[in-house]
Structures are given as C-alpha cells and as structure tokens.
Design a protein around this ligand. Structure first.
Ligand code: NDP
Length: 470
C-alpha cells in the first residue's frame, strides 16, 4: 500500500493539513472534487509523501487498513455527499474524520448512522486557520474512544504543542469534538468583541493614537493578557495603509462578518438554559455593525452625549487593561459553563482541564490565560464555574472596580460596550445580589396564578392579588 491516510477536500484547510501530515512522515493520499485543485496542489507544493488521486475508489484502494479519511469540505450538505460517495468502498473498521466546522447535531446523526455500518466517525474540530492547519492547529476529535487510538498518532503529530503536550486530545463520544469547537468559536467571538471595546474606550474616551494603541497592546502582551489575539491587535495598529497616509485600521469599514459558529453557540445556550450573554452580545454587536445604512441615517437623528475625555491617560489605560482582564474571566466562565451543562445533557463526560490545555496553542484563542484555566480545572474536576476558582475569584475581586469604572466612562461618552456590560451584569447576578426575580414572581402570580416560594417558610404559595388580575 502507498498511503496511510486520505484527505478529501484540498481547499485551504485540507491542503494545509495534508502537507502537515506529509511533513510528519505520513504517506497521504489526496482527493478533491474538482481535479484542477489537486493538480495545482502538486504543482505548487510537491511533496514526497503526498499522492494525488482523481478517483475516490483508487484513493480508498491505495490505503492500508483500517483506512482513515479526513473530510475537509464545506460544512453542511457537501459532507453528507462525500460520505455517500465514500462509504460504498469502505469496510468495517474503517474511519472517517470530519475536520470541517460541522454542526454537532449533524455529527451526532452521521456518527450514529455510520456506526450501524461498522464505520467509525469522528467529528473533529480544527482551529487555527490556514497557518495553524499547515504548522500545528488545535484539534478536538470526538467519536469512539477505542478507535481513537488508531488516529491519535497522526492527529497528535500534526497538532500544535504547548509545553511539550500536543494540542489534540480525545474529547468524548459522537458530537463532543464539534461541540467543543463550536464553543471555542463562541468564546473567540466574545474575546474579540472585548478587545474591540477596549480599543473604542482607549481611542474615543482616552484619545489614544494608533501608535499609542500599538504600544499599549504590545505592553499588555507582556503580561497576564498575553495572547495571540492581543498580539495581532498590537501589530494591526502599526500596519500602514497602501493607498492613503496613516494606518490601515482607520480605513476599514466598521462592519464585521460572521460565518455562524458564534450564533450556534448562542442558540444552543438558550436551548440548554445556560447564560452565555457575552457571546450573544458579541453576535449582536456584529449584527448591529452590519446595519450600515440605518446607522448612517440615525447618526443624524439621534443625539449622543458630549464626549468629556479623561484626565489621566496612563491610569485610564491601566483601568481598561484590568477591566478587560476581568471581563475575559467572565467570558471564559460562560463558555466553560455551557460545556459543563452540555456534557451532562449529552452524556459526554468532558474533561475541562484537557479542553483548556489543547486551547493553549495552535488555535485563535491561545493565551497564557489558558494555562491558568487548565490549572484550575486540573485542580478541581468538579469546578462548574471558573469564577469560583481561587485564582480567578481573586482576578475578579481585584478587577471589578476597574471594569465598572471604564463601563461608566464608556456609557457616559456614548461608546457601545455591550460585552463588557454583560460581564458586569453576569458577575453581579452570579455573586448573589438581588436580580429582581422576586418582583417577576409576584407579577407572574398576580396575572397568571403561577405561585411563588418564600424566603422565610417552606412550600408553594399563591396570593389573592385582588384587582391585580386582568
Ligand atoms: P471551503 O469551506 O471553502 O470548502 C471548499 C472545499 O469543499 C473544496 O475542496 C470543494 O471542492 C469542497 N466541496 C464543496 N462542496 C462539495 C461537494 N458537494 N462535494 C465534494 N466537495 C465539495 O474550504 P476551507 O478549506 O476553507 O474549509 C474546509 C472546512 O474547514 C470548512 O468546514 C470550514 O468551515 C472549516 N474550517 C475552516 C477554517 C479556515 O480558516 N478557513 C478554520 C477551521 C475550520 P471543489 O474544489 O470541487 O469546489
């Protein structure tokens, strides 16, 4: 046999993963629906361990058993189409990995139907974009525990490494891997939104220039905020424009795209009854950003406050750093709470320490911070909310005043800070201050006789509210 694994779909991600495997000494067969893509690949990136195929059957027949295929095509219907074409050539015990951004419910369905045919199916989250895929992504495989041992050597070899550990680990059965990837992307949305809000505060309330922003973010990248996203943000502020004087950032349209994984996380959280308000806020911020015409029109109709500026730039920068860090704790607490709830709901037995560990390198949210999260979950496997861990509890206790201060500066200056606002609301509700639910229960009992419980005695009560009834 010539090959040890087959990659189906050789666009940016499939090509990069195939070459990554080939670099690590695996003999890789590659197939793409459109022939030219494969032809271009071998022309541009010839590799002694990469073998092109133009026929699915030949790809299958070239491989030693049990066979392994990584599908890397557009998520949705194309994945089902590839499976339909591939499966007739397979034998029991063969394995299919779907490395795309598939919806976890689709993965559960596919895994179940292929399991009935004796084929192992792994929904495999891959994060890190093109560069990650080529030189070391973070990989989140879910599927059969024992069969995982057959694919582990390839996946763990090509994954990024953090402190010597591969950023790839078995997540759990059926859709667990794609679920973790979905929540990873949700956290990424919140993280990016928080950084964008910090930028707005520094720029419009603090009066920071692009150069000062670049220096500030570079300095932040030396401390506890050190992360891939903070690093690229510092570089972005330094990037000169190709057409005009000044920096590119000032010429980019204020309207953000999205492919849907953040929205999936938000919808799923409502289904699970878990609050991921910061991820939802990040989705909504992108949605609002897309209303270009309406925003332009309303800017002339609706007045904002006069901007007052801040007296001490340095102190303000420091408060934004602390506030951002505090809000970031809340965002990760929300994401991991969703994982914890889903784990129980779907019977996955997720290991949060292991999940945090594979986020430490390779992926977009890689950060020093994830070392601390890994430590927290490895120390206490029963931890259900990160904010109760002693390290993160201290972070919140030390930083919440800064968060409140910069939020009020933002709001008084008419700067939208939706994710940071949700962080403060989440922390306050979580720490047990009254949230107004007693009044809501009173209203519900008043108009609908929904009953209420009391603080001072056991039981279920209903009050005759008299004329309160409709
Ligand atoms: P695309 O999502 O752009 O998909 C293009 C590939 O899908 C091509 O190989 C294309 O073949 C193939 N394809 C589309 N429809 C079919 C079909 N019906 N039958 C067979 N093949 C089909 O490619 P990417 O490499 O960007 O992404 C692949 C997957 O990885 C996606 O699920 C994506 O969401 C995910 N992903 C992407 C990341 C990124 O940074 N781009 C990061 C992490 C995950 P053809 O050439 O014939 O059109």
């Amino acid at each position: 046999y010539r090959t040890e694994i087959g990659v189906i779909g050789l666009a940016v991600m499939g090509r990069s993963l195939a070459l990554n495997m080939a670099d690590h000494g695996f003999k890789v067969g590659g197939y793409n629906r459109s022939r030219e893509v494969t032809e271009n690949l071998i022309k541009e990136y010839p590799h002694e361990n990469f073998f092109p195929f133009y026929d699915m059957r030949e790809l299958v027949e070239s491989q030693e058993r049990p066979r392994k295929f990584l599908i890397m095509v557009k998520a949705g219907r194309p994945v089902d189409m590839v499976i339909e074409q591939l499966v007739p050539f397979l034998d029991e015990g063969d394995m299919i990995l779907d490395g795309g951004n598939s919806f976890f419910e689709d993965t559960r369905r596919r895994e179940k139907s292929l399991r009935e045919k004796g084929i192992y199916y792994f929904g495999t989250g891959v994060s890190g974009g093109e560069r990650g895929a080529r030189f070391g992504p973070s990989i989140m495989p879910g599927g059969d525990r024992e069969a995982y041992e057959h694919i582990a050597p390839v996946l763990e070899a090509i994954a990024a490494k953090a402190q010597g550990e591969p950023c790839c680990a078995y997540m759990g059965p059926d859709g667990a891997g794609h679920y973790v990837k979905m929540v990873h992307n949700g956290i990424e949305y919140a993280d990016m939104q928080l950084i964008a809000e910090a930028y707005l505060l520094l720029k419009y309330a603090g009066g920071f220039t692009n150069e000062e922003l670049a220096d500030t973010f570079s300095a932040w990248n030396e401390g506890k905020l050190k992360s891939y996203l903070i690093g690229i943000t510092a570089d972005i502020f330094r990037e000169k424009d190709d057409f005009e004087n000044g920096e590119l950032i000032d010429y980019i349209l204020d309207s953000a795209g999205q492919k849907g994984t953040g929205r999936w996380t938000s919808l799923e959280s409502l289904k699970q009854g878990v609050n991921v308000s910061m991820i939802t806020a990040a989705c909504n911020a992108r949605i609002m950003s897309n209303q270009i015409q309406q925003r332009k029109m309303a800017s002339e109709l609706i007045k904002g406050p006069e901007r007052s500026g801040i007296p001490d730039k340095k102190a303000f920068g420091e408060a934004v750093r602390e506030g951002l860090y505090t809000a970031k704790i809340a965002a990760y607490a929300q994401g991991f709470s969703l994982l914890s709830h889903a784990s129980g709901e779907y019977g996955w037995d997720l290991d949060y320490g292991r999940i945090a560990a594979i986020f430490r390198a390779g992926c977009i949210i890689q950060a020093e911070f994830l070392d601390d999260i890994t430590r927290a979950f490895r120390k206490d496997k029963e931890l259900t909310n990160l904010m109760t861990d002693s390290f993160f509890r201290n972070g919140i206790n030390n930083g919440h005043e800064s968060l409140r201060r910069i939020l009020s500066t933002g709001i008084l200056n008419g700067i939208p800070v939706p994710a940071m606002s949700q962080a403060a609301a989440y922390i306050d509700a979580f720490r047990g201050v009254p949230v107004g639910a007693s009044l809501i229960q009173a209203q519900r009992d008043c108009f609908g006789a929904h009953t209420y419980e009391r603080t001072d005695r056991e039981g279920i009560f209903h009050h005759d509210w008299g004329q309160g009834h409709v």
